[in-house]
Design a protein around this ligand. Structure first.
Ligand code: NDP
Length: 498
């Protein structure tokens, strides 16, 4: 019989972590809960496997990662159902998430050799008698700590790139989505049965903390800014390098020459997909005065049509029950400070759901404008022009993604927005572009997943010089003479002194 618990609240029972559907409370998965000793054992096993995995070389790893990609693509419906059950996300949204993840596995597998493999780099006139060689060697074991909101896309964004680079990976999924994390490592083991190359440890935050202190060679963390700081502090104890993908408060700017229907469509999707529980979700919009009213009407009309509920709806439940209080606080505070709800509003929070809420005229210092809301809510504020929109966009400590709608100035505006990524005339699209790096600035973290930078993030650059001829101006030897140094001085003046 299926156990029924407080919807969405994970519990540990008899040494097992039990996750439940946030919509119904039905059991979603039961996995072994790890102790700190279990974490150390998992990392030790991953370290043993690391030699074998690295020894397969780029070709062997590519072949195995592409096997996993095939499995993920073939079993996409099964995984989407599990994501839906455990996190509450509509199945269609889960499919979109998994498609994006599959694309990243494919790209990382196919491009790791080109980006990370041994290559010659040019020498210069100084030290021309040496050739220069560069390669990116794996760190060893990478600890990946993931959030619940995109339980496939976020761990794979780090893990696929780390694996392609030759590392083994120990994943700590969020306590809200352990079954999805376990599914990922189990299916990887189906296609790579030889060694524990990609494994998981489960539990609450203390298990993540134990992973940071377990001797892993790098930690790739995705989650909130507050936890990112704890992870960095724990990793500092052993100088373990970290990649931090943290929260966001992404803005969209709508300029006067924007296609307003397209902007409203992308805005509603970008803000409300996954019930707004998206790190790169659009949380605030700055629309220039001449188009403000029309744009707001179009957003309200579209957002008002969306359905909310457990099965087959556009917007599912809020995954983490405690988030409901944050969302309610942001809405109440915005209204108390003079903001107006043009859709939804004070009674929008109906646990475990939140109805779409569009707020206008919210003061810029309100929580709904400055803090991550992580719900299906949106503020739209009127600005004089694009310059004011950019200034307001850049006035928060976060800087993850951004979106701009417009024609003539759109790319220039995108460049000026303080963010790691931006989409022009769309929303969130940079996340699926496997050739582009993904990551933030400021409170949104640092380091990059995806693309060439994402591969390099998981390899240590190894620089080698090799003598190919005798030195004409021997300087790096005690056999040098004063005349050699005189010649060196003359040469440098000729080369760089003019
Ligand atoms: P949290 O920061 O609460 O948790 C993230 C992960 O860290 C979880 O696995 C959590 O475990 C673990 N953890 C908790 N405490 C510690 C600790 N002391 N040391 C090590 N690990 C720990 O984030 P959420 O899961 O709530 O995810 C939502 C957040 O993630 C949002 O802020 C969102 O913006 C951000 N995010 C960022 C993305 C990006 O790419 N920049 C992408 C997706 C989300 P447990 O769950 O067991 O507590």
């Amino acid at each position: 019989m299926t156990a029924v618990h407080v919807p969405g609240t994970p519990v540990i029972e008899d040494g097992r972590l039990l996750s439940t559907s946030p919509a119904t409370g039905a059991e979603a998965g039961r996995v072994p809960a790890a102790t700190a000793a279990d974490v150390e054992r998992a990392v030790a096993r991953a370290r043993e496997a690391a030699g074998w995995w690295a020894g397969l070389g780029f070709t062997g790893r590519r072949e195995r990662l592409l096997r996993w990609r095939r499995l993920l693509a073939r079993r996409i419906e099964e995984l989407a159902e599990l994501v839906h059950l455990e996190g509450g996300k509509p199945v269609a949204d889960a499919i979109v998430e998994i498609v994006t993840a599959v694309e990243h596995v494919d790209w990382a597998a196919r491009n790791a050799r080109r980006v990370l493999g041994p290559r010659r780099v040019r020498s210069r006139l100084v030290l021309a008698e040496f050739s220069a060689h560069l390669e990116y060697q794996p760190y060893g074991v990478v600890g990946v700590i993931g959030p619940w909101n995109y339980p496939v896309f976020t761990p794979i964004g780090s893990a696929a790139y780390a694996l392609a680079a030759g590392n083994t990976v120990v994943l700590k999924p969020s306590e809200y989505t352990p079954a999805v994390g376990q599914w990922l490592v189990d299916t990887f083991a189906e296609v790579v049965p030889e060694q524990p190359v990609f494994t998981a440890v489960h539990g609450l935050g203390d298990v993540g903390a134990a992973l940071c202190r377990s001797g892993v060679n790098k930690v790739a963390f995705t989650g909130s800014t507050a936890t990112a700081k704890k992870v960095m502090a724990a990793c500092a104890e052993s100088l373990t390098p970290v990649l931090l993908e943290a929260g966001g408060k992404d803005a969209m700017i709508v300029d006067s020459d924007a296609d307003l229907d397209a902007a409203a469509d992308a805005c509603v999707w970008g803000a409300l997909t996954n019930a707004g529980q998206t790190c790169i979700g659009i949380e605030r919009v700055y629309a220039v005065a001449p188009v403000f009213d029309t744009f707001v009407d179009k957003v309200v009309e579209r957002a008002g049509r969306l359905t909310v509920g457990a099965e087959g709806a556009d917007i599912g439940p809020i995954t983490m029950p405690s988030q409901l209080d944050v969302i309610r606080r942001h809405i109440d505070d915005a209204l108390a400070r003079g903001g107006r709800a043009v859709l939804g509003g004070a009674d929008a929070v109906q646990p475990p759901y939140v109805r779409p809420t569009v707020l206008v005229d919210v003061p810029e210092d309100a929580a709904a404008v400055r803090e991550e809301t992580f719900g299906p809510t949106l503020t739209i504020n009127r600005v004089r022009d694009a310059d004011e929109a950019v200034d307001r966009t850049n006035a928060v400590p976060y800087g993850l993604g951004a979106s701009v709608f417009g024609r003539r100035r759109a790319v220039t505006i995108a460049r000026r927005m303080r963010s790691g990524m931006a989409s022009v005339n769309s929303a969130l699209t940079f996340a699926g572009m496997s050739t582009l790096p993904f990551g933030g600035v400021g409170d949104s973290g640092f380091g990059r997943i995806h693309g060439e930078d994402g591969l390099r993030e998981f390899g240590r650059p190894k620089a080698i010089t090799r003598r190919r001829a005798r030195s004409l101006l021997p300087a790096m030897t005690f056999d040098r003479t004063p005349a050699d140094i005189d010649r060196l001085v003359k040469a440098i003046k000729v080369m760089y002194g003019r």
